[in-house]
Write a protein that binds this ligand. Structure first.
Ligand code: ATP
Length: 239
């Protein structure tokens, strides 16, 4: 079998004495959209942080394209096609929208392609076009979320890691963001999506993993997880 694009084996991550991730296995194959769901504090964000080098591993292995990436610097990962949209967004507040998008393309040299992609982002998110010359820090939370996603896409990632893209957005914007996630996936980008909104995430995903208290308690086809009684009761608000 072909090696998955991303694989986590026995991943453990601790904050001081607190074990936030207690030994998980997770795989994302090329072209897949995988959802990672679970309650608050389950360890989802910590897992993404470990992948992108924001949190050291206590144990285990993270492989991307068949090579260990534990300890790699974030900019080196972007250059290798791995981009992340963090929780809380992290846009460059004192730069304009356009400058933020250009920063997202820092690994690229194809000027015409970069300009075309900026236009593509403006077509997808018209609000960003209206505000192109505005400082990112002056935009609303939802607008910053759109910008963070557009900026990550500017690197033309092979693997996109999304941390709670629906957080703080109005229902219409949540729909929009999920539409973009599906589109990005349909165009061939592999996606690992961390989401509180389990229903939306599983509806968009091919496969899903459920985390609880630092462990993966269930995983499988997204359609099956949507039908699973335990998932329905605990994460989809059904009896
Ligand atoms: P949420 O959906 O609420 O963001 P999550 O599944 O992403 O939750 P994490 O943010 O990964 O969960 O947190 C996992 C556990 O690690 C929690 O118990 C949290 O309190 C703890 N934790 C997270 N960040 C830190 C930190 N910087 N220092 C200490 N403990 C932390």
């Amino acid at each position: 079998m072909r090696e998955p694009l991303l694989s986590l084996r026995g991943l453990r991550v601790s904050y001081g004495g607190i074990q936030a991730v207690k030994g998980i296995d997770l795989e994302v194959a090329e072209g897949e959209l995988v959802a990672l769901i679970g309650a608050n504090g389950a360890g989802k964000t910590t897992t993404l942080k470990a992948i992108t080098g924001g949190q050291p591993l206590a144990a285990g292995e993270i492989r991307y394209r068949g090579e260990s990436i534990a300890g790699a610097a974030p900019h080196a990962l972007v250059a290798r096609g791995l981009a992340m949209v963090p929780e809380g967004r992290g846009v460059f507040a004192r730069m304009t929208i356009t400058e933020n998008l250009l920063m997202g393309a820092f690994t690229r040299r194809d000027r015409a392609g970069i300009a075309a992609d900026i236009e593509r982002m403006f077509a997808t998110f018209p609000r960003l076009k209206e505000r192109a010359r505005q400082y990112a820090g002056t935009m609303s939370g939802g607008e910053q979320q759109m910008l963070a996603m557009a900026r990550a896409l500017m690197s033309r990632p092979a693997l996109l890691l999304l941390d709670e893209p629906s957080m703080g957005l109005s229902p219409i914007m949540v729909e929009k963001v999920f539409e973009v996630v599906r589109e990005v996936s349909a165009q061939g980008t592999t996606v690992l999506l961390v989401e509180q909104n389990a229903r939306l995430a599983l509806q968009a995903a091919h496969r899903g993993y459920v985390m609880d208290s630092g462990l993966v308690t269930l995983h499988g086809e997204a359609a099956q997880l949507l039908e699973d009684p335990k998932v329905r009761a605990a994460y989809l608000g059904e009896q």
